[in-house]
Design a protein around this ligand. Structure first.
Ligand code: FA5
Length: 349
């Protein structure tokens, strides 16, 4: 019984002394492993009388539970500390900081784009590249926006003299991707899982949150029985990884001709934690990503039978995501080419 008491005290002390998960695992093995000290106590019981076994056994089992619980608690604490350390080390955007022009740096959008790509790749998505000059069919008609459809008014598009256009949305790649991977889906049952980041252009009157040139990152998943739950899962996982914390999301109805039903996905405001502040217009929520279940017409146009397959699509505003992550208040700083502003983003990777 004395040994039990000593082990409890020792474990408490050792766990509070460890500072990383590797050391902590050593402590766990020292006590709970096959040759660990708690396991040894259990093995030593064979020499006791039946009566002693009963009382002592119960105490050792309590000890085992105690050590396991303390180890789990410390793991959670150390993980939290690690996240806090990473957050503290993240670059903070300061337009007034003196520029360090001695070294190059990645653009904040590149950093966020790469991070999103890595997260989706780890979940089995391919990353696709697509041209910036596309046809009317790619950008609109193939995604259920026929000529003269009023939905075209939502995107003031730059048309070229040869009839092509600067893509106004990454959805312009949807049809090509359905066609590229559709054969493998139908013949081998391999789901289509792709993301396609890209630069988009719209004839916008610019302000703090609108640019005429900005980035979106589109994603699509098509298979049998894909539902809105799959969409929510992937979006929530991606956003929680990007922001390094559990992000709450909600869906509101939204209209886009290429999805049915269509949604606007909002995230819980990270500035105020959902209490309401000026950044979220006191609602506690920020609009981040339109999405929905791919419209049957879009699947059919891509050569996929909508009676057999379903899918989701989303069109994340990558530029807005970068602004939120780095707390950049004015979108125009991102395209300004100002090295003073941009050279601060060097340490994220
Ligand atoms: C679209 O472009 C749809 N193609 C998105 C989509 C894809 C919906 C798949 C459903 C399924 P929207 O016009 O809302 O939707 O743009 C998507 C995101 O791009 C916006 O939420 C915003 O974050 C970003 N965005 C749009 N216009 C601008 C702009 N002028 N400046 C910066 N970001 C913009």
């Amino acid at each position: 019984m004395e040994k039990i008491k000593t082990i409890m005290d020792e474990v408490k002390q050792k766990l509070s002394d460890v500072t990383d998960l590797g050391e902590l695992d050593k402590v766990r093995v020292d006590y709970l492993g096959k040759k660990g000290r708690v396991t040894a106590l259990l093995k030593g019981m064979k020499d006791l009388s039946n009566e002693e076994k009963k009382t002592f056994g119960a105490e050792v089992n309590k000890l085992k539970g105690f050590v396991a619980q303390k180890v789990d608690e410390r793991i959670a604490e150390l993980k939290q500390l690690e996240i806090e350390r990473e957050i503290a080390a993240m670059p903070k955007f300061d337009i007034t900081a003196p520029a360090d022009l001695s070294r190059g740096s990645y653009h904040p959008i590149t950093l966020v784009q790469r991070q999103c790509e890595a997260i989706f790749k780890s979940m089995g998505f391919t990353v696709e590249d697509y041209p910036e000059v596309v046809t009317d069919y790619e950008c609109f008609e193939s995604v259920n926006i026929p000529k003269h459809h009023p939905a075209r008014d939502m995107q003031d598009t730059y048309y070229l003299e040869n009839g092509q256009l600067l893509k106004s949305q990454t959805s312009a790649a949807q049809n090509a991707i359905l066609r590229k991977y559709g054969k493998n889906l139908k013949e081998n049952g391999v789901p289509i899982k792709a993301i396609f980041p890209g630069r988009c252009f719209r004839n916008e009157a610019t302000d703090a949150s609108h640019e005429n040139t900005f980035f979106q990152m589109e994603g699509m998943m098509v298979d049998k029985d894909i539902s809105i739950s799959n969409l929510i899962f992937f979006m929530k996982t991606m956003l929680s990884e990007v922001f390094r914390r559990d992000v709450k999301v909600r869906l509101r109805p939204g209209f886009f001709p290429f999805v049915e039903p269509g949604f606007e996905l909002d995230i819980n405001c990270l500035i105020c934690g959902g209490e309401g502040c000026s950044s979220c217009k006191h609602s506690g929520w920020l609009e981040l990503c339109p999405c929905g279940m791919i419209h049957p017409n879009v699947l059919r146009e891509g050569g996929i039978d909508p009676d057999e397959y379903t899918g989701f699509a989303f069109g994340l505003g990558l530029t807005r995501l970068a602004m939120m992550k780095y707390k950049i208040k004015d979108i125009r700083d991102l395209n300004s080419g100002s090295l003073k502003a941009l050279s601060q983003f060097t340490d994220d990777e």
